[in-house]
Design a protein around this ligand. Structure first.
Ligand SMILES: *[C@@H]1O[C@H](CO)[C@@H](O)[C@H](O)[C@H]1NC(C)=O
Ligand SMILES: *[C@@H]1O[C@H](CO)[C@@H](O)[C@H](O)[C@H]1NC(C)=O
Ligand SMILES: *[C@@H]1O[C@H](CO)[C@@H](O)[C@H](O)[C@H]1NC(C)=O
Ligand SMILES: *[C@@H]1O[C@H](CO)[C@@H](O)[C@H](O)[C@H]1NC(C)=O
Ligand SMILES: *[C@@H]1O[C@H](CO)[C@@H](O)[C@H](O)[C@H]1NC(C)=O
Ligand SMILES: *[C@@H]1O[C@H](CO)[C@@H](O)[C@H](O)[C@H]1NC(C)=O
Ligand SMILES: *[C@@H]1O[C@H](CO)[C@@H](O)[C@H](O)[C@H]1NC(C)=O
Length: 512
């Protein structure tokens, strides 16, 4: 018996590889040239990632996930919430976006959860979605039940952590309760989720605690207990993640739903666009997070427990709004072209290693576009830069970003190169009125990477790879939706003040 179990275990490990229980990733696609979905599915599998969260229910993406065994959370757009408030429309939504994919079939898409909206109660949205979200949630849940999927597919609402807080005069997790303006609504929603055995989903961003609160001690954002703890009765909180999570647990307890399952819908650390956003610091964050999950440490109010956690995010997204900050395009654990950035312990073995990169990505030749050494009319450079930056991601140039230390000529070269690569290295794109020239000498400088664009992606050998390539990635249909409802942090700038007000206060109470 023992032997058989061991054998089974060995077989299981050989088959699937080790992995951190509950670990998933958000797959956003707001990029100039996203990799083909089939390539991404292979990337997930190669890295042992078994759960993925989408911000839509894109048919091409879902078809690529079919038969992969990867668990999928799909989403209803915020803007579709009113419509889904009509039960017939909710049934139709479930039919078209869930039932269609044969979720119970091993060749189907393993949809395990429907996210109803995305952070609909952000303060920034005011009352925009407060009357439509709960009816939509109930309808989707009912429609799933009617389709015989009630036990297979859960429903949830990914919420920003600004739906709960602690009072100003008692800024500790145990005093946590729902934000006053949404408290009655949150109570009803939480009771509904509790009654129907569905999870609560919250997005927690220690980076934004630091970013939005000048007094926030950076160390408190990490899991290595280097900051002075926040003392809450007999509990010492050594990191903002635990403190934030337990503020939610306390709020749930106060409405007699203390046992509700909690999913972390988004958590991560960006690698560019801020002095404290780089690969070393991101690695420190993920080392701590992944070790915590591997050890099943839980939080002081939920000790020794596992949670489902979705890292944010899979790739950098170079077309996202930078309203929240320059870092917004750099949340990926992979670059836009599927290269890993730093070692990670995705397997939970205790030994971080470089994640596996995307397969079949073929690059243009090693050629860069830079400012001509003998460029004459340098006064034209600023206009040329503006032209290029309106069409490419220039956030690495900001102060404190990876290319922020370059001199003006270096910055111009960076921008020219970016444009040239985005234009598939066409000769005429490296001219800028005679200011620019092509070179075969690697133009990267220090931390500033002058990247080479990828030419094509070979998906021929991948399941569902036939329709791959990078041909139709700029189709219009998606982008409207993306900018309206599904861009997770696009509007965070306005929300974080609220969200981390809590820990701004916590911090004030701290002896730092
Ligand atoms: C939530 O669910 C738990 C477990 O089923 C139950 O004990 C508790 O009373 C429920 N809370 C509410 C408010 O119904
Ligand atoms: C959690 O696990 C630790 C170590 O295994 C153990 O000492 C502790 O009693 C556990 N706590 C709870 C509440 O189960
Ligand atoms: C950028 O950084 C430099 C040097 O650190 C500093 O002098 C300058 O004021 C900063 N500029 C901005 C816009 O913050
Ligand atoms: C560059 O090549 C890609 C892939 O073939 C294509 O989709 C894109 O439109 C091209 N861009 C330009 C500016 O030619
Ligand atoms: C250019 O140099 C950078 C920094 O050394 C390096 O990371 C990159 O791989 C090089 N690019 C090519 C195409 O060789
Ligand atoms: C640039 O590329 C090198 C590897 O080629 C990597 O070590 C470094 O972190 C990259 N820098 C940024 C800012 O991504
Ligand atoms: C769905 O995803 C594919 C592949 O990434 C993309 O080409 C297409 O534009 C997306 N469709 C919508 C409606 O977003």
């Amino acid at each position: 018996m023992k032997f058989l179990q061991l054998l089974t275990l060995a077989f299981f490990i050989a088959l699937c590889g080790p992995f951190v229980e509950g670990l998933g990733v958000n797959w956003g696609t707001i990029a100039l040239r996203p990799l083909p979905p089939a390539t991404t599915v292979k990337l997930l599998q190669d890295n042992g990632i078994k759960k993925v969260k989408l911000f839509d229910a894109n048919d091409t993406v879902l078809n690529a996930l079919a038969g992969s065994g990867i668990e999928v959370m799909i989403a209803v757009f915020n803007n579709d919430l009113p419509e889904v408030g009509d039960y017939d429309k909710a049934k139709e939504w479930v039919k078209n976006n869930v039932e269609k994919y044969n979720v119970k079939d091993k060749d189907g898409v393993k949809i395990t959860c429907v996210a109803v909206g995305n952070e609909p109660f952000l303060r920034f949205y005011k009352d925009q979605f407060t009357s439509t979200t709960f009816p939509a949630l109930k309808n989707i849940q009912k429609a799933l039940g009617e389709a015989g999927l009630g036990d297979t597919v859960k429903v949830t609402i990914p919420l920003n952590a600004d739906v709960y807080e602690s009072p100003y005069d008692n800024p500790v997790p145990s005093a946590g309760y729902f934000r006053a303006d949404v408290a009655p609504l949150m109570t009803d929603i939480v009771k509904f989720l509790n009654e129907t055995s569905n999870p609560f989903t919250v997005n927690i961003y220690p980076f934004l605690s630091y970013y939005t609160s000048p007094n926030f001690p950076l160390d408190f954002a990490f899991f290595d207990a280097k900051a002075n703890p926040v003392v809450d009765h007999d509990i010492k909180y050594t990191n903002v993640f635990d403190a934030n999570f337990d503020t939610l647990v306390s709020a749930l307890k106060k409405v007699d739903c203390g046992g509700l399952d909690i999913i972390i819908g988004e958590v991560g650390w960006p690698t560019d666009g801020n002095v404290n956003a780089n690969v070393q610091i991101a690695q420190r964050f993920y080392d701590g997070l992944l070790a915590k999950l591997t050890k099943k440490e839980g939080t002081p109010l939920r000790p020794n427990s596992t949670f489902e956690v979705y890292m944010f995010g899979l790739y950098d997204e170079d077309q996202k709004s930078v309203l929240p900050g320059d870092f917004e395009r750099h949340w990926g654990i992979f670059t836009v072209d599927g290269q890993p950035k730093f070692p990670m312990d995705l397997a939970g073995t205790g030994e971080p290693k470089m994640p596996v990169s995307a397969t079949g990505v073929e690059y243009f030749p090693a050629k860069w576009c830079v400012v001509k050494p003998d460029a004459k009319d340098v006064s034209k450079i600023p206009d040329a830069m503006k032209y290029a930056c309106d069409r490419a991601d220039c956030t690495p140039l900001a102060n404190g970003s990876s290319c922020g230390a370059l001199d003006e000529t270096g910055k111009a070269s960076y921008v020219f190169n970016l444009y040239y690569q985005n234009q598939n290295q066409s000769d005429k794109s490296c001219d800028f009125d005679g200011l620019a020239t092509v070179t075969t000498k690697n133009a990267s400088q220090g931390t500033c990477n002058f990247t080479i664009m990828f030419d094509k992606v070979d998906t021929a050998d991948l399941p569902h790879g036939g329709d791959g390539g990078s041909s139709d990635s700029s189709s219009k249909g998606g982008s409207d939706h993306k900018s309206s409802g599904s861009s997770p942090s696009a509007v965070l700038a306005f929300a974080v003040a609220a969200l981390f007000g809590v820990f701004g206060i916590l911090v004030l109470g701290m002896d730092v």
